[in-house]
Design a protein. Structure first.
Length: 378
C-alpha cells in the first residue's frame, strides 16, 4: 500500500488497528447470537449493551435512544421513511436541501412518488444553508426537516442546532445526517431529534451505523423482521462491528482536537502550494465553516475526470466528487446546488498524511494541469 497516497477519507477510512483488536474476539471466540438465552450468547449481548451505553454518553443521549444499523444510508432511510409513514396523517410535507447525500435525496424522491410533498432548499454559493430559508419553507403540514450536518463533497458545516430549535418550536421532527461530522465535531445529540452516523468514516468497520432517535418519537418499520433493536432495525446483530464502531468513536473523540489541527495544517499547506503554482483555482465551499480535512477545488479549463486519470496513474487516491456518485458519470448535484459549473477534485485528509505527501500531490496536479492545458492549445 505504500505506493498509494490516500486522500479520500470522506469516502472511507482505514480501520484502526486498536479497533480491529477489540473486534476480533467477537469474530472468532465470542461468536454466539446475542438473542439467545444461554450464557455464551449473553457475552455478545453484554458487548452490544456496553457499546450502546458508551456511544450514548459520547453524544449526550440515553442508551435506549441508540439503534445500530447496517450503514449510515440505512440509518437515514429508517429515520426519514419511519417518520413519514408513522406521522403522515398529521402532514405529508418534508423539508430538505438540494445538496444532501443521495441517501437522503433518493429517499425523499421515493416518498414523493408515494404522495409526499418535498421542499428542496437552495444553498448559498458558499455551501451554507440559510436558516431563514428553512424557516420560510415550513408549512402547517410539515412533519420533518432533514438537513445534513456536514456536506460530504465540499465539507461545509450547517447550523443544525439552530434549525433543530426552529423545528422543535413548530413541533416538527428534525433529522441530521451527521456521517461526515462525526470525525471532526463533538456532536450533542440531545439538541436534535434524530442523527445518523457511519463507522467507516472514522476508522471503524464498514457495514455498521448508528441511528439516534429521541425518546418518544415513534418510527414506522422500514425493515420487517424480528425483535432486534426494538424492531426498528431487525436482523441478527453484527456484534464485532458494533464493538468496533464504539471503539472507533472513543478513539476519534479522544484525539479530535489534535487530529483537526494536523489535518488543517496539511490542507492549508497543500492549498497554498496549489494556488501559488496553478492559475485559475477556485475553492468550492466556505473555508471558515468547513471541516479541517476537506479541500474541494475546481481549476479553470481542466476537467476533473481528465485530471483524475493523472492522479490515478501516480497512485493518488482522491475523488472527483462523492464516492457514491463519482463512478456514475453524472455532474455533481452538490456543485450544481452552489452554482459551480466546472467539475472539481475532492481531497480529504487524515492525521496520518504527511507534508511530503502534500508536496507530491501538489507536483502531480501542477504537472498534470500543465499537460492538459498544453494539449488544449494544440
Amino acid at each position: 500500500m505504500n505506493k498509494y497516497i490516500y486522500v479520500d477519507n470522506s469516502s472511507t477510512t482505514k480501520l484502526d488497528e486498536r479497533v480491529l483488536q477489540k473486534m476480533l474476539p467477537y469474530l472468532r471466540e465470542n461468536y454466539a447470537n446475542a438473542s439467545t438465552i444461554y450464557d455464551f450468547g449473553k457475552i455478545s449481548r453484554k458487548a452490544i449493551d456496553d457499546s450502546r451505553n458508551c456511544i450514548a454518553k459520547m453524544i449526550n443521549v440515553s442508551s435506549d435512544e441508540i439503534y445500530f444499523t447496517g450503514s449510515g444510508t440505512e440509518a437515514d432511510n429508517i429515520a426519514i421513511q419511519g417518520i413519514a409513514n408513522m406521522y403522515k396523517d398529521k402532514g405529508k410535507h418534508i423539508i430538505t436541501s438540494k445538496f444532501e447525500h443521495l441517501a437522503v435525496l433518493n429517499t425523499c424522491k421515493k416518498l414523493e412518488k408515494e404522495g409526499f410533498d418535498v421542499t428542496y432548499i437552495d444553498t448559498q454559493a458558499n455551501g451554507i444553508i440559510d436558516v431563514n430559508k428553512v424557516k420560510e419553507a415550513i408549512r402547517d403540514d410539515t412533519i420533518l426537516i432533514t438537513i445534513m450536518y456536514v456536506n460530504n463533497e465540499i465539507g461545509t458545516i450547517q447550523d443544525v442546532y439552530e434549525i433543530a430549535k426552529i423545528a422543535r418550536e413548530k413541533n416538527i421532527f428534525f433529522h441530521t445526517d451527521a456521517v461526515q461530522a462525526i470525525p471532526h465535531i463533538k456532536v450533542d445529540g440531545s439538541k436534535l431529534d434524530m442523527l445518523s452516523m457511519s463507522g467507516h468514516k472514522f476508522n471503524g468497520p464498514k457495514g455498521v451505523g448508528v441511528l439516534y432517535v429521541k425518546k418518544g418519537i415513534k418510527l414506522d418499520n422500514v425493515i420487517c423482521g424480528g425483535h432486534q433493536e426494538n424492531g426498528i432495525r431487525p436482523g441478527t446483530e453484527n456484534v464485532a462491528a458494533i464493538v468496533g464502531i464504539k471503539e472507533a468513536l472513543q478513539i476519534t473523540y479522544q484525539n479530535l482536537h489534535s487530529n483537526n489541527i494536523k489535518e488543517k495544517r496539511l490542507r492549508d499547506y497543500l492549498l497554498e502550494k496549489l494556488v501559488n503554482d496553478i492559475d485559475g483555482i477556485k475553492i468550492n465551499g466556505d473555508m471558515e465553516n468547513r471541516i479541517s480535512s476537506n479541500l474541494n477545488i475546481s481549476i479553470d479549463g481542466v476537467d476533473s475526470s481528465e485530471l483524475m486519470v493523472f492522479l490515478i496513474m501516480n497512485g493518488i487516491c482522491a475523488s472527483s466528487g462523492s464516492a457514491c456518485n463519482s463512478s456514475s458519470g453524472k455532474p455533481s448535484h452538490v456543485l450544481e446546488a452552489i452554482g459551480q459549473k466546472n467539475s472539481a477534485i475532492r481531497i480529504t485528509l487524515s492525521s496520518e498524511n504527511t507534508i511530503s505527501e502534500m508536496n507530491r500531490i501538489a507536483n502531480v496536479i501542477k504537472n498534470s494541469v500543465n499537460l492538459i492545458r498544453k494539449k488544449q492549445k494544440c
